[in-house]
Design a protein around this ligand. Structure first.
Ligand SMILES: C[S@@+](CC[C@H](N)C(=O)[O-])C[C@H]1O[C@@H](n2cnc3c(N)ncnc32)[C@H](O)[C@@H]1O
Length: 295
């Protein structure tokens, strides 16, 4: 009988030790807590980096990360590889209904009393842009610039790959399927020729959204604005409890008094922080608070 051919090399397994040190590195840089049930996920995502770099063990990869340090290019790729970026246009539609039916009329009423027609919104953990563009579309319809409204949105994420996609603002027709037809017409350009099957957010709307890399785990955020509304949806669920509390307390400092905090469907704040009153499904109003954003 001829000798058996050697088995094809299989994907390198993440050992217990490697999982321990790499998941600790993920937690210390992003706040993302990876339980042991996420081992296969981490192996698959970092396995791609190993192949790209021609490495054969996760320990070699860890050494590269350590040698390059916190500002190294591989750490950025490492972080990009471990984030989960699932998002969609008008996800959790009730939040956009609330913007249109409650937030915008309240701002109009305040403007009628002499308040400035200025609105500032932050989408923290914006992924590839579907969330901030859904906010921009909703507010452009409800508070038109033709009526003097100045609406700007800060959209931030830790992941540079999704931020790049978001800045370009090009999506497949399948991805924009949840955008109402009239808004699609008004706020998107339909691709032709090589771009057939794509839709790009119109420059007028893109200009209202500023995309920046901000790590919510960092001690200082480079923000000097107080926001009328802060969206931080489906981000905190990846953090452990103490990190959720710390990030929430800091987020709240950037919400104006009586401003709105919007969280994701699996996220609630009542047990975590005080100074909020319930304003609808996973939406909270900030009660008057002496905390102010740093000036
Ligand atoms: C599941 S997506 C949610 C996107 C959007 N908010 C939504 O609900 O559709 C979570 C996003 O949070 C980002 N993220 C995770 N950790 C972060 C951190 N420490 N700082 C900033 N963004 C982070 C991820 O990169 C990812 O794009």
């Amino acid at each position: 009988m001829p000798p058996r051919a050697p088995a094809a090399p299989t994907e390198r397994e993440l050992t217990d030790l490697e999982f321990g040190i790499l998941s600790a590195l993920v937690a210390s840089h992003t706040g993302i807590a990876l339980g042991s049930d996420k081992r296969a996920l981490l192996q698959a995502r970092l396995g791609r980096r190993l192949r790209a770099l021609g490495l054969s063990t996760f320990m070699e990869y860890y050494r590269i990360l350590k040698d390059q340090g916190a500002d190294g290019p591989e750490l950025v790729r490492f972080v990009n590889a471990v984030t989960t970026n699932k998002t969609e246009f008008f996800r959790e539609a009730h939040h956009f209904d609330h913007l249109r039916e409650h937030v915008a009329p309240a701002l109009e009423a305040a403007a009628a009393e002499g308040a400035e027609r200025v609105v500032r919104v932050w989408s923290a953990g914006c992924s590839s842009g579907e969330e901030p563009y859904s906010i921009a579309i909703t507010l452009a319809d409800a508070l038109p610039s033709a009526e003097g409204w100045d609406v700007r949105i800060l959209a931030s994420d830790i992941d540079t790959d999704v931020l790049e996609r978001a800045r370009v603002g090009t999506y497949t027709l399948e991805e924009v399927a949840a955008v109402p037809r009239t808004a699609l017409h008004r706020y998107f350009l339909r691709g032709v020729g090589d771009n057939d099957g794509l839709a790009r957010v119109r420059p007028e709307l893109r200009r209202r959204v500023a995309f920046r890399r901000i790590n919510l785990l960092d001690d200082a955020w480079p923000i000097r604005t107080a926001f009328d509304v802060v969206f931080c949806r489906n981000v905190l669920i990846y953090f452990d409890r103490p990190t959720q509390t710390r990030v929430l307390e800091r987020l709240l400092r950037f919400v104006k008094d009586d401003g709105l905090l919007v969280l994701g469907h699996a996220e609630g704040v009542h047990a975590l922080v005080s100074g909020l009153r319930h304003a609808g499904n996973t939406m909270y109003r900030k009660e008057s608070d002496p905390c102010r954003p740093p000036s």
